[in-house]
Design a protein around this ligand. Structure first.
Ligand code: COI
Length: 357
């Protein structure tokens, strides 16, 4: 399918953000967006890159009432030689369709997913920030836009992609964050939608997140929805715990997100002298191991969060420090290696980098 490029009038061009240290996360958006429609009986149609603008949508649309929505997150980088790259976009295309299947939305052609993003990013290349720790965050989304109140999958969808120049996800930057282990609310249950990247999972996490923030924590660590015993994920990151050179993370049992950064950490680890274990982590054992000094580091992984050190964990009012509240050596090495590959400072031995023409 060809993508039509709708001209961008000069008066619709926004000023770029001059001070890249002020970018934060997801506050600014570029001049254009990609939009493709799906209509029942017709399939995907009318692909176009057009000026970024609000949608005019019927208030009865399914997305507003029953949250039929999915999204993805990936990043583009501008290397020092001026080349533009994406990091493992095929993984996002595949996961997008896994989410679509779970939320009863139409499959989006994976080739068009990557090609459309490449064309959009190429047109918006001047928006890609280059300061250390910055990138262009890409948000592919699908929403149900049929105006009907019956609880059924929609007959009309928008697939769209918006772009946002970003810095670090957490306001403090690459600094250890505090995480509160949530033992009341749950994020996902077996058979639920925990594995899908759908807005409802994030909406239902807000209450716990807000309560954690009031107590001074950046986010919550979810436990499994059945026994509230096994570590799952932090909403914006998968979690890893280091026992010396062995790093442990929760397995993909269907209720946590299959993170692209999680997968990258697992694949990078052996080349950094680390072994990886994907296993159920009982929160009580974890706290015992932290108390005993066996857990030497903890960090989260995510597209937005990259590698985020965790310096403090609180469970049932007991607060334990990790790595003395500092950034651990493994966390630093993984951050440097991953961002080194993403920004072209280190060789990509894995074939993860995709150049945008
Ligand atoms: C991402 O890391 O891309 C995400 O979608 C997490 C989001 C909550 C910012």
């Amino acid at each position: 399918m060809d993508i039509k490029i709708i001209p961008l009038p000069a008066e619709k061009m926004k000023a770029k953000i001059a001070d890249q240290s002020q970018l934060g996360f997801g506050k600014y958006f570029t001049d254009r967006m990609l939009l493709v429609e799906w209509k029942s009986g017709q399939g995907w149609c009318d692909a176009r890159i057009e000026p970024y603008a609000p949608f005019m949508l019927d208030p009865a649309c399914t997305v507003f009432h029953y949250a039929q929505e999915i999204f993805e997150g990936l990043k583009a980088y501008k290397w020092s030689d001026g080349r533009i790259t994406l990091f493992r976009p095929e993984m996002n295309a595949r996961r997008f369709n896994q989410s679509a299947e779970r939320i009863c939305m139409p499959e989006f052609p994976e080739e068009l997913f990557v090609k459309g993003i490449e064309q959009l990013v190429s047109l918006e290349r001047d928006w890609i920030p280059t300061a250390a720790g910055t990138s262009l965050y890409i948000r592919p989304t699908m929403i149900a836009v049929e105006p009907v109140l019956g609880v059924h999958p929609s007959n009309h969808y928008y697939f769209y992609v918006i772009l946002s120049p970003v810095g670090a996800y957490y306001a403090a930057g690459f600094k250890p964050v505090g995480i509160l282990v949530e033992d009341h609310y749950v994020r996902a249950v077996p058979g639920g939608t925990g594995e899908a990247k759908t807005g409802g999972n994030y909406a239902s996490s807000l209450k716990a997140g807000q309560e954690a923030e009031k107590k001074g924590y950046a986010q919550v660590l979810w436990l499994d929805g059945k026994e509230r015993r096994f570590v799952e994920e932090v909403g914006a990151m998968n979690m890893f715990f280091a026992y010396g050179n062995r790093i442990v993370t929760a397995p993909l049992t269907g209720s946590i997100l299959s993170g692209v950064t999680r997968d990258s950490v697992i694949k990078l680890a052996p080349s950094l002298g680390l072994t990886v274990e994907e296993k159920q982590i009982d929160i009580n054992d974890l706290m015992t191991d932290i108390r005993a000094g066996k857990v030497t580091e903890a960090f989260g992984s995510g597209t937005a969060a990259v590698i985020t050190p965790v310096g403090k964990l609180c469970y049932k009012d007991e607060v334990l420090q990790l790595t003395g509240g500092n950034v651990g050596g493994i966390t630093q090495k993984l951050y440097d290696t991953l961002t080194g590959i993403q920004t072209g400072k280190l060789k990509d031995e894995f074939g993860w980098v995709r150049f945008v023409g």
